[in-house]
Write a protein that binds this ligand. Structure first.
Ligand code: PEP
Length: 249
């Protein structure tokens, strides 16, 4: 039985005072939840979140990481730095990183390796654009994105990772994949891993992300291959985020 995970991606949002209130709300409610909960604030707030989450069951994650361990890479943050600030998870290959910052499948795979070397659990984001869906290429795109990691690191790497299926057309748009559409892709992801190792596939948590709200979370999380959610906009509103966590209980 896979324990569900609900992770909040704050994107480039937050401010010290606002974060204090949001984190206090989440930590106060989290201990009664059956699912695992994580929050992924922007880098400058990791230290604040690390101390706010101390002693709570809420895990900390980051939104990206450098593929390099250290050196002359101005503006970058390494996996070991994230680990030092208490991060358990790191989002990798989010569609905004792929689309706006040129992260290719190959770069994402190198980052995945760097994250695991530092003891972080990568949350590997996969997703097709609207054009790719409409042209019938959804499964091909998802398989290609996943293969980049499997080919580089082997299936064993997926035993210490999480996958998030996030259709690009559903992120921040208010349009969500239907539970059936999401389930179809989640099942395909698990099947691709199962061809290589059935045990790893069975244990792999596959989150859905893309306009998850309290109103649609129960049905999405009720699908057999949906193991929780990666939440953007609704992660900034404590009541909504906690309702989504409850839906995963
Ligand atoms: C995200 O940022 O990963 C995301 C899923 O955003 P939203 O929930 O706002 O669609």
């Amino acid at each position: 039985m896979r324990k569900k995970l609900v992770a909040g991606n704050w994107k480039m949002h937050g401010a010290l005072q606002q974060n204090t209130a949001l984190l206090a709300h989440i930590t106060a409610a989290a201990s009664g939840m059956a699912c695992e909960i994580a929050v992924c604030p922007p880098y400058p707030y990791l230290a604040q979140a690390q101390s706010a989450l101390a002693g709570s069951v809420v895990a900390l994650g980051a939104q990206s990481v450098s593929e390099h361990a250290c050196g002359a890479f101005t503006g970058e943050v390494s996996a070991s730095m994230l680990a030092e600030f208490g991060c358990r998870y790191v989002l990798l290959g989010h569609s905004e990183r792929r689309g706006l910052f040129g992260e290719t499948d190959a770069i994402v795979a190198v980052k995945f390796e760097a994250a695991q070397k530092a003891g972080l659990l990568p949350v590997l984001c996969l997703g097709e654009t609207l054009g790719e869906r409409e042209s019938g290429n959804t499964m091909r795109v998802i398989a290609r994105q996943l293969s980049a990691v499997l080919d580089r690191l082997g299936v064993a790497a997926m035993a210490s990772a999480v996958v998030a299926y996030e259709p690009v057309w559903a992120i921040g748009t208010g349009v969500t994949a239907s539970p059936a559409q999401a389930q179809e892709v989640h099942a395909a992801i698990r099947a691709q891993v199962a061809v290589l190792d059935a045990g790893v596939a069975e244990g792999l948590r596959i989150l859905y992300g893309g306009s998850v709200k309290p109103q649609n979370a129960v049905e999405l999380f009720g699908q057999s291959d949906i193991d929780g959610g990666l939440i953007g906009g609704a992660a900034l509103v404590a009541d909504d985020f906690l309702k989504i966590c409850l839906a995963a209980n």
